[in-house]
Design a protein around this ligand. Sequence first.
Ligand code: ADP
Ligand code: ZN
Ligand code: ZN
Length: 728
Amino acid sequence: MKIIRVGLDVPVATLFDYRADDVGADDVGRRVLVPFGKRTAVGIIVEIAATSEVPVHRLKSALRVLRDTPALFTDDLRLLRFASDYYHHALGPVLMNALPARLRRVHALQRPVEACFVLTTSGEAADFAQLPARAVVKRRLLDLLKQQRALDAAAVKTVAPTARAALKQLIASGWVERQNVAPRTPAPGPHSAAAGPALTPEQAEAVRAVCARRDAFQPFLLLGVTGSGKTEIYLRAVDAVLRAGRQALLLVPEIALTPQLEAMIRERFPATTLVSLHSALNETERLQHWLAAQAGRARIVLGTRLAVFAPLPELGIIIVDEEQDASFKQMEGLRYSARDLAVVRAQQRSVPVVLGSATPALETYYNAANGRYQLLTLAQRINAAPPRIACISTRGEKLEDGLSQPLLAAIAARLARKEQSLVFINRRGYAPVLMCHACGWLSGCHRCSAQLVLHLRDRRLHCHHCGYQAPVPVTCPECGNQELAPLGQGTQRVEAALAQHFPRARILRIDRDSTRRKLSWHAMRRQIHAREIDILVGTQILAKGHDFPHLNLVGVVNADSLLYSTDFRAPERLFALLTQVAGRAGRGDMQGEVLIQTEFPQHPLYAALQRQDYAAFARDLLAERRQAGFPPFVCQALLRAEAPRLETALAYLARAARIAKTLAQGVTIYDPVPAGMVRLAGRERAQLLVQAESRVRLQSFLAAWHARLAAEPSTRARWSLDVDPLEF
Ligand code: ADP
Ligand code: ZN
Ligand code: ZN
């Protein structure tokens, strides 16, 4: 009798044992249908064993091993196991969540999406000369099948309009058959790449360094100022990897906003199959792309954080662009860092990993500074001089809806020269809060510790955290006063103020509200490039990776709100954000100008930003962190708890802290505290920080602690562990 250990999407740390006699070693990593309680569930076979701790007579039998798709490879399973161990998240859900949604369902592949066509044995042996001379399409199909061994439906279609009919006849005659599984190994066409620009010496050195380590694990930090040509390094490194017959994985923060990168890659490697993996794809596309990666047909995978788990049998390099970006960290469920897992995966597979950024995470910079990562520096901007950055002191100044006179004058000057300006403000909506000046009432969300943002277009108050909406009240709910005033600025208000001040300027607002509506992002970009826009107003979605060749002034409004935050990572994030925004200004012979409105023009962060000296800034921050005992000098984990009432969450954490203290050796257990944002969507949250100087020590403590917590009787608080937390 054989026993299979199966991972299921249930939040317990164990695997489930079933009897299954028709399994072989190559079924490890395959999906399997099993009875679970009263239902049938899909799981993944993790191991095949001879014995079980469950008495034999109580073992149920697996219903069916699903062989319609290939098994997960051992190497991919290894990464998922690591994620499960390191983030202390049950293996079953980790495995199942790595599958495209359609493969998680019991009736996933009733209609196979990945059909392909191959020659049968008699087709192989057949003499095509027998075919009548007019059977041109059939002949072409057969020739192609011989050459490429398998064709998918899309490839068939490209042969001729009548190719499908011809194929049907070939199937009827027994020469061709349909397979529901894509070919395991494709015949990768000869690799070809369009010519790129001649590399600068800095770039050439970086490419040389990466290519020199092609067959070994080596993390690189590619520290390159905005516009220094990091993308070109990625393309060259990918080229080398493709040439060697391997696959490349590129991770980017937000794929919806980076169609440029995809277009650039396709242009450089026109004959290479690239697939994307991100949440904007529908389920069928996700499945197809995932299967293409697994089958090795896709040679380049471009995706957001979830793509770090993409099955890649011939992985040759991983690249993480804007590696500091917060979106690489998943904030719920398996709280993983795709950037960190990329490094782990590269190590497991003995391939290089390139982390690129102008402003890396301090953790990453520290790894480069101490030699664990190889540092590659690109200090020169390619097409332009670095932008001139200056502060406008707003202390005691009268502002026009948040805009200072010097900023307005600078915009006017650009308008006169028909150049574009960008006003950056990191808040969407009209005003972040509505206020009653009679009694001090502020529009708050009753479900969150947050304020309701005034949106003018629909005249409603919106909570940006939980989605709650309400009409704008006519009178103050507290005192009945009829004069409620918007307080502070959002993108809509700045847009309105600019429209009033520059009635003839063509203004385009770009934030999450505007990209959801009317014009697609693509259309907006086209307008900007065609110089149909004079002033852009936008949030950080404008900051990332776009090049606007006619933009030469960037004004930053309201940056100070991030300057004095309780989060110790706030300065690092603000520096990164402002560097990105500043990078939008200037091009070619136009020197860009960046004006930052601030009440604290002397603040060291702004001073460092003006010098565009990330390294110096990072060294200072690292010194502070070392002194204060913050990461990267300690390793942290957060036990998060939430409940209808804060006391419940805190009481749970107090009990967890007592348990922790019985286990902790060399681990500091802090007191439970309310979360930075206590209420969210009607639930109240608290957290308990634990930290240690050594990762190994913290991990062994977490394993023991987590096991104890999981064994506790159930509580009214919902809890989860966040290893290497980024938000407090
Ligand atoms: P980064 O990602 O570092 O901010 P990009 O990769 O966007 O910078 O490069 C900035 C610009 O320089 C792009 O338009 C790119 O096409 C161009 N570029 C990159 N490398 C070269 C080169 N060696 N010669 C000429 N232009 C280059
Ligand atoms: Zn009032
Ligand atoms: Zn809310």
